[in-house]
Design a protein around this ligand. Structure first.
Ligand SMILES: NC(=O)C1=CN([C@@H]2O[C@H](COP(=O)(O)OP(=O)(O)OC[C@H]3O[C@@H](n4cnc5c(N)ncnc54)[C@H](OP(=O)(O)O)[C@@H]3O)[C@@H](O)[C@H]2O)C=CC1
Ligand SMILES: CC(=O)C(=O)O
Ligand SMILES: [Mg+2]
Length: 543
């Protein structure tokens, strides 16, 4: 049976074939005489590599996923470091910006403000209701560092779910990419005749909250086994919706919690390398953030655990973290500020506003500089040289996405730190040669943890996702490096091992869910770790 859906914006003209169906076996004579699977694999790879531009490769892969999902995921799994940047950051950023122009066919589920009062009915149109286990939901209001992209944010939900499938073996039919269309304040899109979403400004906050209340309630009724990942909501909504719904439904916010977990993990490994060089105790690290949005504050909150693990109190941990926003260092006497900035606002600084990053580094004397600001080039030569003068092995993590918004590039950080930088970025950079050595950049991206968090949460059938489950995912990732990876000063494991890493993270997440009493698959409680790990692996879907 082919199930068709009509998206709300299509006037009934377009037909949506939602979940990938196995291709029907063609009758004899309807395919070329020699269509060998392994040769076809080579053909698909060659077709992909024949395209010059990332966006062309994205379109090719997207079509391949529709035509032959098995082949698409086979390619993803076997060529993880080549294909991840095409289906995810940085190329997915271009795909979102151009979505209304490169659009070929409907994919995912669109909920619009026009559906208010009827959301449950629209959700029930999803053809694989019983299969649904995980959904990535965005409203397109802050896609990567690219701002409000409205309904063009759909590829971010699709891309994240492709990584769930490739990276954690979630069944394709268990995933639902969702984009909530409540208008956009992107003037260019509103004037674009090809724009796929509602041609209206974003709705007022109160109406958005009402829609989200209805949406979340109906999601839990229609999809009772679903885990939800909130993605790329603008900072105010990201914090508000996490707070409003996290105790009622099994969900997490990837930008706040997923990013927090992945950066804590990389920082645990980076701090050890940095302290080995400086002799400074781990508890004496100091972290300076450029950027105080959902990601900056989320990571700051999670990095409190780093200091608490070293025996510091809550207050002492908080004092090790400094935040900078577009107005400079955040401190109490600066004046009124957004609620989410208050926790890390300094009480011990009362001087004039401090805006220049080099001045701030001179004042704070951080061991680590983390960028979640979307400001390309903010970590310039003077900034990195100042960090290098303070630290024999400075920790520099430019985490903004996509690549073109990164606070600095890997080759710059290597050159300006004379090869001493400990580096991780949000989007991937190529390795560098320096003084006869090969240096490897880390990729501090939540893609390392969300597949495992989702898989563990699905298998344990959790009723909610607790902070300590997120922390367990982070520690699981930090401890997953092999000796060879440590010997190369990597702070994250190689992405090619993502399935193994996700299984380990899922195990840690399930155990923590059990400790917190939020697991509903209670049979898993009596399994040994070894038995649980093989159970997790046995549940992974393979193309
Ligand atoms: N690596 C990863 O896994 C992840 C990376 N990210 C990336 O993090 C970035 C930020 O996301 P998010 O926090 O949600 O976005 P926001 O827009 O909410 O936050 C951006 C922050 O940067 C600050 N900022 C802007 N301009 C400057 C400037 N010139 N100098 C100093 N600070 C500045 C803003 O200041 P103000 O508050 O004053 O406006 C704000 O605090 C994005 O690029 C995103 O892609 C996000 C999630 C995961
Ligand atoms: C990686 C990610 O989630 C972001 O940049 O928003
Ligand atoms: Mg995100």
């Amino acid at each position: 049976m082919t199930i068709v859906l009509t998206p709300y914006w299509s006037n009934g003209v377009q037909k949506l074939k939602v979940a990938p169906q196995p291709p029907p076996k063609p009758a004899r004579g309807l395919t070329p005489p020699v269509l060998d699977e392994s040769i076809h694999y080579r053909r698909c790879l060659a077709q992909l590599r024949s395209k010059d531009k990332g966006i062309e490769k994205y379109i090719y892969l997207s079509q391949l996923k529709d035509a032959d999902a098995n082949m698409f995921y086979k390619l993803c799994l076997n060529h993880m470091s080549e294909i991840t940047p095409l289906i995810y950051t940085p190329t997915v950023g271009d795909a979102c910006q151009q979505y209304s122009h490169i659009y070929r066919r409907p994919e995912g589920l669109y909920i619009s403000i026009k559906d208010k009062g009827n959301v449950g009915k629209v959700l029930r149109n999803w053809p694989k209701i019983d299969d649904a286990r995980i959904s990535v939901v965005t409203d397109g209001s802050r896609i990567l560092g690219l701002g409000d992209l409205g309904v063009n944010g759909m590829p971010i939900s699709i891309g994240k779910l492709s990584l769930y499938i490739a990276g954690a073996g979630i069944r394709p039919s268990a995933t639902i990419p969702i984009c909530i269309d409540v208008g956009t304040d992107n003037k260019e899109f509103l004037e674009d005749p090809l724009y796929l979403g509602l041609r209206q400004p974003r709705i007022p906050q109160a109406e958005m909250h009402e829609l989200m209340e209805e949406f979340m309630h109906e999601m839990s009724v229609v999809f009772p086994h679903l885990i939800i990942q909130f993605e790329d909501f603008s900072t105010d909504k990201a914090f508000a919706f996490l707070k409003a719904f996290r105790d009622k439904y099994p969900l997490f916010n990837d930008d706040i919690q997923g990013t927090g977990a992945v950066v804590l993990s990389g920082f645990l490994n980076a701090a050890k390398i940095s302290s080995a060089a400086s002799g400074r105790p781990l508890k004496d690290h100091k972290i300076l953030f450029l950027g105080a949005g959902s990601a900056g504050v989320g990571v700051g909150m999670q990095l409190m655990s780093f200091f608490k693990l070293q025996g510091l109190s809550e207050q002492e941990a908080r004092e090790r973290i400094y935040l900078v926003d577009s107005q400079g260092l955040i401190f109490d006497s600066r004046g009124p500020m957004a609620e989410h900035k208050k926790f890390f606002s300094r009480k011990d600084y009362n001087g004039p506003p401090m805006k220049d990053l080099v001045d701030i580094i001179d004042y704070v004397k951080p061991t680590a500089l983390l960028g979640l600001s979307t400001i390309k080039g903010a970590f310039n030569q003077p900034v990195i040289e100042t960090m290098s003068a303070l630290n024999p092995r400075p920790i520099i993590f430019p985490l903004s996405n996509p690549v073109r918004l990164s606070e600095c590039e890997f080759h710059e950080a290597v050159e300006w730190s004379k090869g001493m930088v400990i580096f991780a970025s949000g989007s991937p950079f190529p390795q560098q040669e320096f003084n006869g050595h090969t240096l490897y950049p880390g990729q501090g991206n939540n893609m390392y943890v969300f597949p495992g968090i989702g898989l563990g949460s699905i298998l344990a059938r959790v009723s909610s996702i607790t902070d300590s489950m997120i922390e367990a995912a982070s520690l699981g990732l930090a401890n997953s490096l092999t000796e060879e990876e440590h010997s190369l000063d990597l702070v994250y494991p190689r992405i090619e091992r993502i399935r193994e890493i996700s299984a380990g993270i899922a195990l840690a997440v399930i155990r923590e869910a059990q400790k917190n009493g939020v697991d509903r698959s209670i049979d898993l409680r009596k399994m040994s770790d070894a038995a649980l790990l093989s159970f997790i692996k046995s549940k992974m879907w393979n193309p």
